[in-house]
Design a protein around this ligand. Structure first.
Ligand code: PMP
Length: 351
């Protein structure tokens, strides 16, 4: 039996596994839910009929999500993480062989799912300073069927202003523009409100970052009601389990808690950025650039990424390594102290 090469040649996504004292590798929130809220959730979970299938339309969580972001629930589809939404969109909204534009560096799963969906991928490289040249992207989108990118970007932490996204949407009207706003809670340039204005726009959101529920696997696609109907029809009926729906709906209603956590994470990210910038000032040969983040993580350009990454892992600190760079997620004050002490220990002998 011959299996397709798209499967046999697939390079699996390789998240860090194992136990590390400090986890700053997956861009999660460092806040766990307060005990009182967990107790409230436990009561709600007790009421779930575990022998029954969940609500296929995830009505309660979609309503809570729509209310939190001030949009219409008719524009929202829930998925098993935004990862599921990405693969669904690429498989259902594009024909096999269609052209998908991605940018680089960006979230690696776009190209991964595009391969499985048998799409032709065209990559637009970012500039030396890791910024995207919007004119180049607009030109690439003229003949493409769709484009997908994260804003703000994982892994660079940089953002594209809303006005530039609108220019792309308007200047490439025949191209489906998928804007992955997984980290937009940490910035303020969302185009979520524009999905009913532009029929070529789809926005993705997730509960895994600022909302702090990576374990629950809940992501959302936001687009006009017509396309929402199509996506809801195309998804598997029970893609979001009852436990996650209940947990995410309850947490999305905790508006002030969520805003407090988000504000704290932004402050911590700025602290991390300042501390890493200071380190780069002292070790300019080793840490080339620290980028000003619009996200909950900081990206450092360094030719020593692999060495630093391995040494940190050895010390029980997980960050994410890329060719030529490190991505470090904001954590608690204690985690930052451990990280910075260890970085100092690693950089001194390399200097
Ligand atoms: N998009 C981006 C840009 C991400 O960084 C991630 C997670 N690393 C995802 C989507 C996937 O998120 P989820 O947990 O909702 O599947």
């Amino acid at each position: 039996m011959k299996l397709p090469e798209k499967l046999t040649k697939l390079k699996a996504y390789d998240p860090i596994t194992g136990t590390y004292a400090v986890r700053l590798d997956a861009n999660e929130s460092y806040f766990d839910l307060p005990g009182v809220l967990k107790a409230k959730l436990a009561d709600k979970l007790e009421q779930i009929d575990l022998n029954r299938y969940p609500d296929p339309l995830a009505t309660e969580v979609i309503e809570a999500f729509a209310a939190y972001y001030g949009i219409s629930a008719d524009c929202v589809t829930a998925g098993n993480g935004s990862d599921e939404i990405i693969t669904l969109l690429l498989n259902c909204f594009l024909e096999k062989g269609a052209t998908l534009v991605t940018v680089s560096p960006d979230f690696s799963m776009y190209a991964f799912y595009a391969g499985l969906a048998e799409l032709k991928v065209e990559i637009v490289q970012k500039q030396e300073n890791l910024q995207l040249d919007m004119d180049v992207l607009i030109a690439a989108c003229q003949k493409a069927d769709a484009v997908v990118f994260s804003n703000p970007c994982n892994p660079t932490s940089l953002g594209i202003p809303r006005s530039e996204i609108i220019r792309l949407i308007e200047e490439a009207p025949d191209c489906l523009i998928i804007v992955d706003e997984a980290y937009m809670d940490f910035w303020d340039e969302s185009v979520l409100d524009l999905v009913t204005k532009y029929e070529n726009l789809i926005v993705l959101r997730t509960c895994s970052k600022a909302i702090g529920l990576a374990a629950a696997r809940m992501g959302f696609a936001v687009m006009d009601p017509y396309k929402t109907g199509l996506l809801r029809a195309a998804k598997s009926p029970y893609n979001c389990d009852a436990i996650s729906q209940t947990v995410c709906a309850a947490v999305l209603r905790e508006t002030s808690l969520l805003q407090h956590c988000r504000d704290e994470i932004i402050v911590q990210t700025q602290r991390l950025y300042t501390a890493l910038t200071e380190l780069a000032r002292r070790y300019p040969e080793l840490l080339e650039t620290v980028y000003a983040p619009r996200t909950n993580f900081v990206y450092i350009k360094t030719a020593y990424a692999h060495e630093i990454y391995e040494s940190l892992l050895h010390a029980g600190i997980a960050v994410r390594c890329f060719p030529g760079g490190l991505r470090i997620c904001a954590g608690t004050r204690r985690e930052h102290t451990l990280l910075l002490t260890e970085l100092e220990n690693i950089l001194q002998p390399l200097n």
